[in-house]
Design a protein around this ligand. Structure first.
Ligand code: A2P
Length: 340
C-alpha cells in the first residue's frame, strides 16, 4: 500500500524533519504535498533530489490526500481538522489540540501501537517529553508496574520551534557582545540561563507542560491513576531533551535486571560507561532515533526505587519520527483511508 501524504507546517522545525524522515525511511509515498502559511507560499524544499513547492494551506489542500502530518501549532490543527477528516484523510497531529479527546488515539508506537486501529480520522502525537519518557519506562512497567514516577526535565529550545532555536543562538551572540539579548520566542533570556517551563500554571502550581506529562502518560499507558509528578525546565540546549527519572516499585527492582531489559528495549539505547563517567548527553542524542538511557542506579533513599537519566532528540523521536512511525503503522495495518 502507498499513501498520498501532505505535511502541514512543512517549513517548521518538525516539518523539515518530517520531510527528511519520509525520504530516509523510504516511506511508501504516492504523492507528497507541502503546506504552510501564506508567508511560505512559493518557496521550495528538497525531497528525493527534487525541489517541491510549498503551498499556502486552503480549503482544497486535502482533496486526494490520505495522510496529513501536521506540525503547525494547535490553532492551525483545530482550524483544519474538520476539513481534513471530511475529505477522507487521516490527520496525524503533533499539537496538543486533540490529545486528550477520548475519540483520538494518543500513540507511541513502542508502547500502544494497537490503539491506532481505533482512530476516527485523527491520531495525536504526544508531547515530546512524554514520548521520550514512555519509550524508556514502559519496558520496565511491563515487567513490574511502576507505582510512582518523579521526573525533572531539561528541555531544549527546539520544543518552541525553529525561530526559537535561532533566537537561542542570537541571544548567546548578543550576550557575548554585551548587547541586550532578544526575547521574542522566549519570555526570558535562555542563553547562559534556564527557566521553569513558561506554560500557564494551574491552581495546584503545575504548569501545562507538566500536566501534559501526567495526563498523556496515563492515556498512553492505559493507567488512569498512574502516579507521576514532573518539573519541566527549559535549558539552553539546541534540540535534544533530557530527563532525570525516579521510579518507585512495590519491591526492589534489581539494577542489573533493569539494565538488561533496557538494553534490548525497542527504541532505547543504553549509554553507560561508569569508569569514564560517560552517560547520555543532548549532543549525542541529536539526530538519533533512539532514546539514550543511562545512569541506572538504585535510589539510596528508597530501596524500592530506581534512578535513571535519559536524552532524546526532541524533533525526531519527540515529534517527527514518532509521527512517521504512526503513519507507517497505518500503512502496515491497512488503516489508511478507513473512513474515505
Ligand atoms: P510558515 O513558515 O509559513 O510560518 P515551528 O514550530 O518551527 O515554529 O513551525 C511552525 C510551522 O507551522 C511552520 O511551517 C509555519 O509555516 C506553519 N504555520 C504557522 N502558522 C500557520 C498557519 N496559520 N497556517 C499554516 N501553517 C502555519
Amino acid at each position: 500500500q502507498t499513501a498520498r501524504v501532505a505535511i502541514l507546517g512543512a517549513t517548521g522545525a518538525v516539518g523539515t524533519e518530517l520531510l527528511e524522515l519520509l525520504e530516509s525511511r523510504d516511506f511508501p509515498i504516492e504523492s507528497l504535498k507541502l503546506l504552510a502559511s501564506e508567508r511560505s507560499a512559493g518557496k521550495t524544499l528538497p525531497f528525493k533530489g527534487e525541489s517541491l513547492s510549498i503551498e499556502a494551506v486552503n480549503e482544497n489542500s486535502f482533496r486526494d490526500i490520505d495522510i496529513v502530518l501536521a506540525s503547525a501549532g494547535g490553532s492551525t490543527s483545530k482550524a483544519w481538522a474538520k476539513t481534513i477528516v471530511e475529505s477522507g484523510a487521516t490527520l496525524i497531529d503533533n499539537s496538543s489540540a486533540f490529545r486528550m479527546n477520548p475519540d483520538v488515539p494518543l500513540v507511541v508506537p513502542e508502547v500502544n501501537p494497537e490503539s491506532v486501529a481505533k482512530h476516527r480520522g485523527i491520531i495525536a502525537n504526544p508531547n515530546c517529553t512524554t514520548i521520550l519518557l514512555g519509550v524508556a519506562i514502559w519496558p520496565l512497567h511491563q515487567v513490574r508496574p511502576i507505582e510512582r514516577a518523579i521526573v525533572s526535565t531539561y528541555q531544549s529550545a527546539s520544543g518552541a520551534g525553529a525561530r526559537a532555536m535561532e533566537e537561542l543562538k542570537e541571544q548567546a551572540r548578543a550576550i557575548l557582545e554585551n548587547r541586550q539579548p532578544p526575547t521574542n520566542s522566549f519570555p526570558y533570556p535562555l542563553a547562559f540561563n534556564l527557566f521553569p517551563h513558561n506554560t500557564p500554571i494551574n491552581d495546584l502550581g503545575y504548569c501545562e507542560e507538566e500536566m501534559k506529562m501526567v495526563n498523556e502518560t496515563r492515556k498512553i499507558f492505559g493507567v488512569p491513576e498512574f502516579r507521576l509528578s514532573a518539573t519541566c525546565v527549559r535549558v539552553p540546549v539546541d534540540r535534544a531533551h533530557s530527563e532525570s527519572v525516579n521510579l518507585e516499585f512495590s519491591s526492589p527492582f534489581p539494577v542489573e535486571k533493569a539494565r538488561e531489559i533496557l538494553s534490548s528495549a525497542p527504541g532505547v539505547k543504553l549509554v553507560e560507561d561508569w569508569k569514564a563517567n560517560y552517560f547520555p548527553m543532548p549532543i549525542d542524542a541529536t539526530g538519533r532515533d533512539e532514546v539514550l538511557v543511562g545512569r541506572i542506579r538504585q535510589d539510596i533513599s528508597n530501596p524500592n526505587a530506581l534512578e535513571l537519566w535519559l536524552c532524546g532528540d526532541q524533533i525526531r523521536k519527540g515529534a517527527a519520527l514518532n509521527a512517521v512511525q504512526i503513519a507507517e503503522l497505518l500503512v502496515e495495518k491497512n488503516l489508511v483511508r478507513v473512513l474515505g
